[in-house]
Ligand binder design. Structure first.
Ligand SMILES: [Zn+2]
Length: 244
């Protein structure tokens, strides 16, 4: 996640790429199925996925797979016409994918990752910017143009910062719901897990398997409010206690 200032954005360009078509399918399955209960609970209508190159007129760092924060929605109020009618709804940005064979899996993995950030934020979409956020804010164009490792939100933080246990949990619940909708998404595509210090994301998935089965389609944010299974937390604690 990242804080930002409200940018002046150019209008949408025309022409639809394969990535945009895949993002439409992702939007539909997230909005109407995997995230439906969470959106209803927060009074939202749907989730929007935008391809940064179609809405931001700036250089975008090639390392960036996706980007979101609750305030992104209000930054795009002039770009997503529906917001004038519905009020703001959550938004994630996904980088287009050139790998045509794996584009569906890669974009779906990125979507699960970015939505998990919104699921672990205080709100999924917000037009509130706190004083602390404002102080740390850098222009969105600068954020998108620089490698995520240089973003102020990660400065001096542990390598798993913003991808803590609750993030893993949200990600695994959402991943399982998207797989149930027919998306074939290897877990490795849902995060840069080794870089965050996690040896084996499959081990976390195994320890959460029962919770995921029992939870059904309950709002994921509600699931996160209850304590995580003990062994899941133990694994996370053991992986994060002795590393920098
Ligand atoms: Zn992330």
């Amino acid at each position: 996640m990242q804080t930002l200032q409200m940018p002046r954005l150019p209008g949408l360009r025309f022409g639809r790429s394969d990535s945009e078509v895949i993002c439409d399918h992702l939007e539909n399955d997230l909005s109407n199925h995997a995230l439906r209960e969470d959106l209803l609970c927060q009074g939202h209508h749907r989730i929007h996925i935008v391809i940064p190159t179609t809405v931001f007129d700036c250089e975008i760092n090639p390392q960036l797979g996706g980007f979101t924060c609750p305030q992104l929605a209000s930054a795009l109020v002039n770009v997503i016409p529906e917001f004038k009618r519905t009020g703001i709804d959550p938004v994630i940005c996904l980088m287009p994918c050139e790998d045509t064979k794996r584009a569906r899996a890669i974009l779906a993995g990125r979507a699960v990752h970015e939505v998990a950030h919104l699921l672990t934020a205080r709100k999924m979409a917000s037009d509130e910017i706190s004083e602390a956020d404002r102080k740390n804010a850098i222009p969105l164009s600068q954020t998108l143009g620089s490698p995520p490792s240089s973003w102020p939100v990660y400065a001096g933080q542990k390598k798993w910062a913003t991808h803590e246990a609750s993030f893993i949990r949200a990600c695994l619940h959402l991943h399982s719901r998207m797989v149930a909708r027919g998306w074939d998404i290897p877990l490795q595509l849902t995060g840069n897990w080794h870089a965050y210090g996690y040896e084996d994301i499959e081990a976390y998935a195994d320890l959460l398997e029962r919770e995921i089965r029992i939870a059904g389609n309950s709002p994921i944010r509600q699931i996160l409010d209850a304590p995580a299974p003990g062994r899941f937390l133990e694994l996370w604690t053991s992986e994060t206690s002795d590393s920098e």
